[in-house]
Write a new protein. Structure first.
Length: 174
């Protein structure tokens, strides 16, 4: 680093004429510049901290106001809760009375479910029987088809023999 740029920066920061500090040793100017840079950083950090503190103060005030409103709402909710408790007690009494009807309906539904389950089992068993029967019929049809194909093949051979024989006879007669 040359002396001029350091001297220039230090003079600018101190707001003095560069000629006044130009004769100062370069090492001393370097140390002064480092200290000035540290000072700038601390100043910047102080501004950031001040802004953060202001923001936290504002947030705290907002939260305090919010808590006051919330406490007011809770007090009102407590009063409303007392009224609701009386309403819920009445509702509870009616629900207990209705519980026996619900229990009865549950038993009826369980019985209906059991009947449906049994009917499903019967239907599944019937489906299985039908599937087995269809498989047997398919096997029978396949077997019959194979026999029919054999018979048709034999029939075709016999027809060919008849045609050949007729041709030989016609040839011999001619």
């Amino acid at each position: 680093m040359s002396v001029e740029p350091i001297a220039s920066r230090v003079a600018d920061f101190l707001q003095v004429d560069q000629q006044l500090i130009q004769d100062i040793n370069n090492d001393v100017l370097g140390r002064i510049e480092e200290k000035l840079e540290d000072l700038r950083k601390q100043k910047s950090e102080n501004l950031r901290i001040t802004a953060t503190l202001d923001q936290l103060k504002s947030q705290s005030e907002n939260k305090l106001e919010s808590f006051k409103i919330h406490i007011s709402q809770l007090a009102k909710a407590l009063e409303d809760g007392k009224d609701e408790r009386l309403h819920f007690e009445e509702e509870k009494r009616r629900l207990i009375e209705g519980n026996s009807q619900v229990t009865k309906r549950i038993i009826e539904l369980e019985q209906e479910i059991e009947v449906e389950r049994q009917q499903k089992e019967l239907a599944d068993a019937s489906k299985q029987d039908i599937a087995e029967s269809l498989n047997e019929k398919i096997e029978e049809l396949s077997s019959t088809k194979a026999k029919l194909n054999e018979a048709q093949g034999a029939n075709n051979e016999l027809r060919q023999k008849v045609v050949n024989t007729e041709t030989e006879l016609q040839t011999q007669q001619a």
